[in-house]
Design a protein around this ligand. Structure first.
Ligand code: NDP
Ligand code: GDR
Length: 349
């Protein structure tokens, strides 16, 4: 009998990579997708087989983290061995605009799934993974950040994820559930959402190269992040749930780079070198060869409170899970740039 996994957020970046990983391991994979007026399953289309055309181990169900009855019914019907809770309003800047919804989906949504497991009495057989985040560390308390570093959330998103982190720990301790947190630092890929900074940059650089865009407008160029590849991080999620004992783990690369450095790497890939002029909102990135302004600051992208520096220490994950990242940032940028150049060539954006 193959194991059954239920993935919330299957239509997102991590959901797509995780579904592919688990199908490759022989799992039956069930995903929760939201009703949308436009197509939202593009990232998992390649995994889907029309049930009329043959056997499949990949199933999608309509649902929403804000609907308890739906979640209870899905868990009851599917009876999963493992639940990966990846669904969230995951955009930090957007969480300042939609704080109540973000709390409902990201914080209470997590509680709803834990309660579904408990109500259905499967807490001894069903393992639970919570998509926790380096945003919990927020305002720098310690460098690098590890499992014991104090949390200091800096956004409605991070505050909601803080609740989700602790309710996961609490249900583990109170009901002996196999419930674990992966505290994941930023991870990216060619299917990263287009409004997160890495993908926004690679898309814009590809568009500038193709003559489709003049300038890339960004917010804080000096924020530093520990960026890895999503493919490595979903492997870590799976490893966390295969442990005999539930626990919380940081997954990170152990290297931090600024948004500015990411921009420079992306432009270097199309043979452009930048020189920076001006300060603050006046700062611009100019093409050394032509003098054209390729990058400018738009304060619209500043956040009311910012997370300045994230740098993770993945020692515990390496020692206990045998996990480590495989993709240096330079390779990640090349992969994302090539994917976006291809989309442009094929007229797909
Ligand atoms: P994405 O934004 O790409 O995907 C989020 C997923 O959640 C999508 O499938 C989305 O559906 C779904 N979703 C959003 N709201 C709801 C809701 N109310 N009910 C049901 N589903 C919902 O995120 P990632 O794949 O990048 O991240 C996965 C998880 O990991 C998130 O919880 C994120 O907060 C967390 N995380 C991500 C990190 C990263 O660097 N990527 C780092 C640390 C944590 P739809 O497609 O319809 O919008
Ligand atoms: P983050 O990712 O907030 O770290 O959350 P994002 O890529 O949005 O921002 C990273 C840094 O870049 C700065 N920045 C900009 N960001 C965006 N989106 N757009 C811009 O134009 C821009 N200019 C500068 C930001 O201020 C920030 O400092 C991601 C999400 O995936 C979360 O769900 C996850 O929990 C964390 O990573 C770990």
């Amino acid at each position: 009998m193959s194991k059954k996994a239920l993935i919330t957020g299957i239509t997102g970046q991590d959901g797509a990579y995780l579904a592919e990983l688990l199908l490759g391991k022989g799992y039956e994979v069930h995903g929760v997708k939201r009703r949308s007026s436009s197509f939202n399953t593009g990232r998992v289309e390649h995994l889907y087989t029309d049930p009329h055309e043959g056997e499949t181990r990949f199933f999608m169900h309509y649902g929403d983290l804000t609907d308890s009855t739906n979640l209870i019914r899905l868990v009851q019907q599917i009876h999963p061995d493992e639940i990966y809770n990846l669904a969230a309003q995951s955009h930090v800047a957007v969480s300042f605009e939609t704080p109540e919804y973000t709390a409902n989906a990201d914080a209470i949504g997590t509680l709803r799934i834990l309660e579904a497991i408990r109500i259905l009495g499967i807490e001894k057989t069903c393992r639970f993974y919570q998509a926790s985040t380096s945003e919990l560390f927020g305002k720098v308390q310690e460098i690098p950040q590890k499992e014991t570093t104090p949390f200091y959330p800096r956004s409605p998103y991070a505050a909601a994820k803080l609740y989700a982190y602790w309710i996961t720990v609490n249900y583990r301790e109170a009901y002996q559930m196999h419930a674990s947190n992966g505290i994941l630092f930023n991870h990216e890929s060619p299917v990263r959402g287009e409004t997160f900074v890495t993908r926004k940059i690679t898309r814009a650089v590809a568009a500038i190269e193709a003559g489709r865009q003049e300038t890339l407008f960004l917010g804080n160029l000096d924020a530093k992040r520990d960026w890895g590849h999503a493919r490595d991080y979903v492997e870590g999620m799976w490893r966390i749930l295969q442990q005999d004992t539930p626990d919380d783990y940081v997954l990170a690369t152990g290297v931090t780079r600024s948004v500015r450095e990411f921009v420079e790497l992306a432009f270097a890939h199309i043979g452009r070198t930048l020189t920076w002029q001006g300060e603050g909102v006046e700062e611009k990135g100019l093409d050394v060869a032509s003098g054209k302004v390729l990058v400018a600051v738009d304060p619209r992208y500043f956040r009311p409170t910012e997370v300045d520096l994230l740098l993770g220490d993945p020692t515990k994950a390496r020692e206990k899970l045998g996990w480590q990242h495989t993709t240096p940032l330079e390779d990640l940028v090349v992969e994302m740039m090539e994917a976006d150049r291809k989309l442009i060539r094929e007229g797909r954006f």
